[in-house]
Design a protein around this ligand. Sequence first.
Ligand SMILES: Cc1ncc(COP(=O)(O)O)c(C=O)c1O
Length: 457
Amino acid sequence: MPSTVTILAGPHIRTELPGPNARRVLEGDKTYVSPSYTRSYPLVAKRGRGVVVEDVDGNQFLDFSAGIAVVSTGHCHPEVVAAIQKQAAELIHMSGTDFYYENMITLAERLSAVAPMKGPHRFYYGNSGAEAVEAAIKLSRYHTKRQNIIAFYGAFHGRTMGALSLTASKVQQRRRFFPLMPGVTHVPYPNVYRRPQGTDPVEYAVDCARFIEQKVLKTTLPPEEVAAIFVEPIQGEGGYIVAPPEFLVELRRICDQHGILLVADEVQCGSGRSGKWWAIQHAGVEPDIVCIAKGIASGMPLSVMMTKKDIMDWVPGSHASTFGGNPVCIAAALATIDVLEREAIANADTIGRHIMQRISAWPQKYELVGDVRGRGLMIGVELVTDKQSKAPAGPARDKVVEMAFARGCLFLGAGENSVRICPPLIITREQADIGLDILEECIRAAEKSSDQRGKGA
Ligand SMILES: Cc1ncc(COP(=O)(O)O)c(C=O)c1O
């Protein structure tokens, strides 16, 4: 943002929303752009700096969405911008699949040093989260010579046909796209908030894992024909649901027992967002494969599949991508890692704890709030119409997100009825407090209006 633009501590809304310039863009969008996109409110972004996004009418918003958990170091972090500019002036593309780039090795070394499993490691580079998942699907089949894959209800692994076959978060994502990839079995994810009444949360979570071994592998899927279990250590699009560590530990045991690969999809929860480098590290579990994208390059399109070295045994021609590991994206990733290691991961932990402390009483305080949970700066606030039945309050959630936008704060929904809090990892306590004040005000307003509706107002 040029220095002539003053960034205020909080949001600054100076026009109606959408403003006149935004309305012009929205018209063009309606004419030309795919109607498959899911926009919650009409933000037309023009520039960003840190946690602030400015729209085309000069309105400034505090960003608690980080471009769907992507701009980990904030918008246009100066070190990331400098790295991109330097690399763009030197070499933009040559294709790492046919030629070599030194920084493909440098980034591999940096990621190897912080991997959640013991080395040595190998790395495959792609451009998006879905591509990392596609690569992991293919490699799991290639390496094990087995065909089947187990994934979880509520999972989101991407929208390309292979990744979509594992995705089980919203039926619209699959409608009219069948047949998908065969050989995928979905099983329940441990959503502790929605566990059967009277059950212990840890026992329930462990039982979810054991269901795979005691039911699925005994009745429908021969274990020796299962290549991999794909799991998000914290489900993202499914509603920001944190798997208890014991569940992941049990998954690891089952995988070890049956020669199945454990694939951690850390596209959303990884790269420091959970307050540790990788969300699976909260459970002390070592995966075989990690899928990385989103936050790793602060907004440049880069994905990485990181594996234990002996697993990546495919031969030339098995898999590749023209753009994967693009030099400008890798330069952005290296600068991102500097910022993450120096300050942003620790900050995610500190501010995440502060936010959880501030919102932990919301389920007691507000009829509309059923649950709050999260790790680091990956926090979900689940809204329900009734505490007892836990009936999802989807429309109220949408209203809260829209109201927050009108007040200058960018939140997104997750799952059917949760608000996700996933700001850039460099957010300050003051900015977090401003956003929470606004979110709380919106929840209060939504609660009041649903009360009035209930009374027939
Ligand atoms: C856990 C997870 N995996 C994979 C993906 C797909 O990533 P992309 O949209 O970059 O293809 C997403 C995107 O939200 C995700 O959250």
